[in-house]
Ligand binder design. Structure first.
Ligand SMILES: C[S@@+](CC[C@H](N)C(=O)[O-])C[C@H]1O[C@@H](n2cnc3c(N)ncnc32)[C@H](O)[C@@H]1O
Length: 244
């Protein structure tokens, strides 16, 4: 069991029921299922069929907004919100149980500058965000869907660079980590061949040498994979300043 930030042992993450998991092909079916879950008592918005726009979720007064796609247990989201109290963090999580778990983590820590949204991030980034309004997008250890017939479910596909760049402000960053060599190859190909984003090795070095909560670290899967001795690949991509 992993220790909670308070020093008390954390409750194990509830396993999401299969029916509540994302199915990439089913936009409406996914969004129809989630309103059944009650999360009003937590900083967790269940998107449903018509999720609120980003501008409706960010409280007034925040000049910086960062998004984490698939925060899982919310370890990075909490560390980032604590490390950067003047930035508002939105975690977009497809699995309802993880959304609730991460939201509980924020509440226990007394963090107010972060929120969970239960939705399919692939869709949300494309249709609920004003162009050029997000400072950073974090995607850590996205599901690799190793079976060939499932690969269409991967977060990074050829249309994604444009969607991500549209959401980012000029000069904003996309930060990605994966342990999966095959998926890393696809990510590098998809992002590297796009004109919407540029690899930024200097930012990679800066973040990897810096304190936690700014990019890449810490996450639950990172801890697990480091303990297993896996090779982790971490990439930073920047939206060019000149881009619209
Ligand atoms: C392998 S886990 C990684 C969790 C966390 N980032 C970490 O490093 O510990 C992938 C997470 O992404 C979520 N996820 C998968 N596809 C998603 C999507 N399209 N939109 C939002 N979340 C998604 C999963 O439910 C899961 O919580």
């Amino acid at each position: 069991m992993e220790p909670a930030e308070s020093g008390r042992p954390a409750a194990p993450a509830p396993e999401p029921r299969r029916a509540q998991r994302l199915h990439a092909a089913g936009r409406l079916s996914f969004r129809r299922r989630v309103p059944e879950v009650r999360a009003q008592d937590l900083p967790c918005v269940v998107g449903g069929e018509d999720p609120p726009a980003l501008s409706d979720l960010v409280p007034e007064g925040y000049r910086r907004v960062e998004i984490e796609v698939g925060p899982g247990k919310g370890i990075f989201l909490l560390a980032a919100a604590q490390a950067q109290p003047e930035t508002f963090f939105l975690g977009i999580e497809a699995a309802v149980a993880y959304g609730r778990h991460a939201a509980e983590r924020l509440v226990h820590a007394g963090v107010r500058n972060a929120l969970l949204l239960v939705d399919n991030a692939n869709l949300y980034l494309g249709d609920r965000i004003e162009p050029g309004t997000v400072d950073r997008i974090h995607v850590y250890y996205p599901d690799p869907w190793p079976k060939r017939r499932h690969r269409k479910r991967r977060f990074f596909h050829e249309g994604m660079p444009e969607v991500l760049a549209r959401a980012l402000r000029p000069g904003g960053h996309l930060l990605v980590a994966t342990d999966n060599a095959c998926y890393a190859g696809q990510i590098a190909l998809v992002l590297g061949s796009s004109t919407f984003l540029r690899r930024d090795p200097e930012e990679e070095r800066r973040l990897l040498g810096g304190p936690p909560g700014f990019g890449f670290t810490p996450t639950a899967f990172e801890r697990k994979y480091l303990a297993e001795g896996r090779v982790l690949r971490r990439y930073a991509y920047r939206k060019p300043e000149a881009a619209a």
